[in-house]
Design a protein around this ligand. Structure first.
Ligand SMILES: [Zn+2]
Length: 438
């Protein structure tokens, strides 16, 4: 007789494995942090906890492959502006004043709560004071790839140093939830010397390198003027690109850029909502997929999206490319759900432990409540998840074998307190804004 910690029964299981296996009325057994049973046969087992999924959808947790979690405090603070006006006159001055360890502790906690409430079980983060974000993840039970944003461009935010992230990498090298990464902001905000030092460190420590690439036409122009090359060609010319590179945005790529990224096994993250809102453009996702690149999705920061709901990101992705290409078959629901799950895990280098429901993988999964008018009837779960569902349909979230959210209630975390704390920060931000940002 097997002995599970958690048994999920009556589940409509989408595994998102390479065969896209599904199980109707299936069972999932979890022991400690891992999936140990998966199938339609009732297991001969006892279990400490039994969850009746009531024929709801059970699938791998979503992977938000690019965000800036600490930016929840700037959600909606300035919208409908040109990118440079938004950055120079709002975001950078606000970051200079309000990005403190104490504020990030609150802001990233809110982000983690928001992500879990909308079905994300792993996020790949680029921001500041990574140490407190890591503490939040540990306290709440969230999986994350975390790195301290590094720039040597003379921008207003320069509160951390390479020493800071080295310390962080050493502290979390063998953690069960946190994977340290190195996070140069972009090829235009980091010098060649810095990029080379980062690549060396990544090679030595086998760490992912998370970087924005070719987000805007201005960025491409700037690098071309400086080097005569596109950002991708330039990074390749300094031997920066490899399978550890997580290339974010990739909105403005040439065919040659795509070939380079494919040859170097670089994983792609696209953030269409942010790209649309900031008028950065639309990445050629179907073309990248056709060329064999692995493309995943991220929400980007909550100041340019303005939420962290991956369901919106998936739905939008598939629709914009249909419309843009005048071809409603160019992308489909299954494909975009892979982008939101297993592809995210592949791109950030953790598909050996998460991203699909498979025996031996970590138990990172979500239960979607389909007993709702907008999800009734259900002919095809992939269609529902892409075109009908939203983040608030997520009922239960299990990460690393622990039930973090049950019936949309956190099991170990005071959401009201965080909401109150963020309100205090926003009051300070309002006062600062009203005083002419002085
Ligand atoms: Zn970003």
């Amino acid at each position: 007789m097997l002995n599970f910690d958690i048994l999920i029964k009556n589940a409509n299981i989408l595994t998102m494995n390479s065969q896209m296996n599904t199980f109707e009325n299936g069972f999932i057994g979890i022991e400690k942090d891992k999936i140990v049973y998966l199938g339609i046969e009732k297991p001969e087992a006892t279990s400490k906890t039994i969850i009746d999924a009531k024929n709801n959808i059970v699938m791998p947790g979503l992977i938000n492959a690019h965000t800036h979690s600490g930016m929840t405090m700037f959600r909606g603070v300035a919208d409908d502006l040109s990118l440079m006006n938004w950055l120079n006159n709002y975001i950078w001055p606000l970051e200079d004043k309000f990005v403190t360890e104490k504020n990030i502790k609150t802001a990233s906690k809110l982000a983690i709560a928001e992500m879990i409430l909308s079905g994300t079980t792993t996020f790949n983060d680029m921001y500041f004071f990574t140490g407190v974000t890591a503490e939040n993840c540990k306290d709440i039970g969230m999986r994350a790839v975390l790195g301290e944003a590094v720039i040597d461009f003379p921008a207003s935010v320069k509160k951390t140093s390479e020493e800071y992230f080295l310390e962080f990498i050493n502290e979390y090298e063998n953690d069960n939830l946190i994977i340290p990464s190195i996070v140069p902001h972009s090829p235009y905000s980091c010098s060649e010397g810095l990029l080379k030092r980062i690549k060396k460190l990544s090679d030595e420590k086998n760490l992912p390198v998370h970087i924005h690439i070719s987000e805007t036409t201005d960025e491409v122009k700037l690098i071309k003027e400086k080097t005569g090359m596109t950002p991708v060609e330039y990074l390749d010319s300094i031997n920066f690109l490899n399978e550890k590179t997580v290339a974010v945005h990739c909105v403005h790529l040439t065919d040659n850029d795509m070939n380079i990224l494919k040859n170097r096994n670089v994983g792609i993250v696209n953030s269409p909502e942010s790209n649309l809102k900031l008028a950065s453009g639309i990445a050629e996702v179907p073309k990248m997929i056709k060329k064999g690149l692995t493309v995943s999705l991220g929400t980007d920061g909550p100041a340019s999206n303005n939420n962290l709901d991956m369901f919106e990101e998936m739905s939008l992705t598939v629709k914009i490319h249909k419309a843009l290409n005048d071809d409603s078959t160019i992308m489909n629901a299954k494909e975009v759900l892979r982008m939101g799950t297993i592809n995210g895990a592949k791109v950030i280098g953790i598909d050996n432990i998460t991203g699909s429901l498979e025996i031996g993988k970590k138990a990172d999964l979500i239960i979607i409540d389909i007993n709702k008018p907008h999800l009734t009837p259900m002919y095809d779960p992939y269609s529902h998840l892409t075109y009908s569902a939203n983040g608030s349909d997520v009922d239960t979230v299990i990460i690393n074998g622990k039930i973090i959210l049950k019936n949309r209630k956190f099991t170990n975390f005071d959401l009201d307190k965080v909401m109150l704390d963020i309100k205090h920060i926003s009051n300070e931000i309002i006062a600062y804004k009203n005083n002419g940002m002085k």
